[in-house]
Design a protein around this ligand. Structure first.
Ligand SMILES: *[C@@H]1O[C@H](CO)[C@@H](O)[C@H](O)[C@H]1NC(C)=O
Ligand SMILES: *[C@@H]1O[C@H](CO)[C@@H](O)[C@H](O)[C@H]1NC(C)=O
Ligand SMILES: *[C@@H]1O[C@H](CO)[C@@H](O)[C@H](O)[C@H]1NC(C)=O
Length: 438
């Protein structure tokens, strides 16, 4: 739905299909990555298609174990979660504690200004429920960031305008003392919003959006969690079609990653943003290097195993597709039209596959899935006809023969069909090993 054919042809002509932005099935903003159970969980807010101003109603979740193929978990919290909320489901962040997960997020209250609410869930994938039935911080403005120091003290910061924090109690839904203001005068008037605070060894980092507008990303360090902050300079310059940016920083499987947003998808703007990621290495002195926004994104950490069931909404890059909750469980891929495609990066076929199973549902007509190696025009290893199954929620598992799939490959599922509209819904896929070759 989001990428046009013209864009794809242009990308093909240059021989490169981008992997950044990392979500293409809808516009996403304000990345809040969190590492849990050996997986990166990426919480995001969401710009509605075609927005000309902020039009944001829900919070969404994606996950990856390789930093390039991202699984879509759908909506985990929305304005409806909070009976006191009116609008503006903006930048939030999740942290785990006490065997639960806490989602701090700002929204405009009914008949009042912003409040910061807390969603709580027993599982990271939600759904998150309103923990308090009212805001945790009634006049909290926006961009909350949460973090637990090594001594167990949890902090909730936020800022725009100003920069504030509270000390959260161990229950994570109440706080001690009052709302404290943090001086940003040492940041030379550059602090705009989007704080992201964490600690690495004995250094506390404040990464933030500066120089509004358009914004860049800067950072500062301190020997304590609340400053004073020493300005360290720019990490990412203003670039591209979005006048805001918003940082999220994690370490994962031995690497360091910087998440941000831009307007790089077709139709992209300051109100139709997309999350992207870069890998980086801290300097020996703890400094964060300057980065530019790239199309390539982060390198893949480990190959993807095609011989287990893979949710179809696991995507490195795609064109034209969307996702929705499935009558077959979880999410499925939909909005599949002739010429659309879905790329899965670094699939390890090993010594070979003999067949592929696909879980599909098609109301009428159907179409075909062509599977290509390396590019949209690469070797075809399988072509699977998807005929009408009797309804868009009538699920069927098809198995089609495969030949020539060995080793580590980028896999392109290309959708072919006549007529307009959704050809079929697609829930999952799984390759079966070539018994002869094994
Ligand atoms: C952790 O991940 C594994 C593998 O994906 C999964 O089977 C397990 O349920 C997860 N555990 C929790 C507590 O989320
Ligand atoms: C902490 O410091 C040590 C040595 O100074 C370094 O090797 C290590 O990578 C640092 N760890 C983190 C998380 O910064
Ligand atoms: C699987 O084995 C069959 C029979 O030996 C062979 O014809 C086919 O090419 C093999 N496929 C792959 C992908 O290795």
């Amino acid at each position: 739905m989001l990428l046009t054919t013209t864009t794809i042809l242009a990308a093909l002509a240059t021989g490169a299909l981008a992997d950044n932005p990392i979500i293409q099935t809808r516009y996403t903003a304000d990345p809040a990555p969190y590492v849990y159970n050996d997986t990166v969980w990426l919480f995001a807010d969401h710009d509605e298609d075609g927005s000309k101003t902020y039009n944001m109603k829900d919070w969404r979740l994606y996950s990856s174990t390789d930093m390039v193929n991202w699984r879509d978990w759908g909506v985990v919290m929305s304005l409806q979660t909070f009976s006191w909320a009116k609008s503006d489901a903006w930048a939030g962040q999740v942290v785990g504690r006490n065997g639960k997960f806490y989602y701090y997020a700002p929204m405009t209250r009914q008949g009042a200004s912003y409040g910061i609410g807390v969603g709580v869930s027993d599982t990271i994938t939600g759904p998150y429920k309103d923990a308090l039935g009212k805001p945790l911080v009634a006049n909290g403005n926006i961009d909350p960031t949460v973090w637990i120091d090594d001594d167990g003290q949890a902090y909730l910061y936020w800022g725009n305008p100003g920069f504030y924090y509270i000390k959260l109690n161990k229950d994570m839904v109440s706080y001690s003392g009052s709302v404290n203001s943090i001086s940003t005068s040492s940041l030379s008037g550059t602090f705009a919003e989007g704080p992201w605070v964490y600690r690495r060894n004995s250094t506390y980092y404040l990464v933030y959006a500066g120089k509004c507008c358009p914004e860049d990303i800067r950072y500062a360090t301190s020997s304590g969690p609340t400053g004073p902050w020493n300005a360290k300079g720019e990490i990412m310059a203003t670039q591209g079609a979005s006048f805001t940016n918003h940082p999220g920083v994690i370490d994962y499987k031995g690497g360091s990653y910087f998440f941000y947003h831009n307007g790089a998808l077709p139709g992209g703007s300051g109100y139709t943003r997309s999350i992207a990621v870069e890998k980086f290495t801290y300097g020996a002195d703890g400094s964060i290097p300057k980065m530019v926004m790239t199309d390539a994104g982060a390198p893949q950490i480990e190959p993807l195993n095609p011989y287990v069931r893979v949710e179809a909404e696991t995507i490195a890059f795609s064109k034209g597709l969307s996702t929705e909750p499935s009558s077959d469980g979880g999410m499925h891929v939909t909005s599949i039209n002739n010429g659309d495609y879905l790329k899965v990066k670094g699939v390890d076929f090993g010594t070979g596959a003999s067949s592929v199973s696909l879980r599909v549902a098609s109301a009428s007509g159907g179409g075909k899935i062509e599977m290509h190696l390396g590019s949209l025009t690469g070797t075809v290893i399988a072509t699977c006809a998807v005929d009408a199954t009797g309804g868009a929620s009538t699920w069927k598992t098809l198995t089609c023969p495969v030949s020539g799939a060995t080793g580590k490959q980028d896999l392109f599922f290309k959708f072919v069909g006549s007529g307009s509209g959704n050809l079929f819904n697609w829930n999952w896929w799984q390759f079966n090993k070539n018994a002869t070759a094994a």
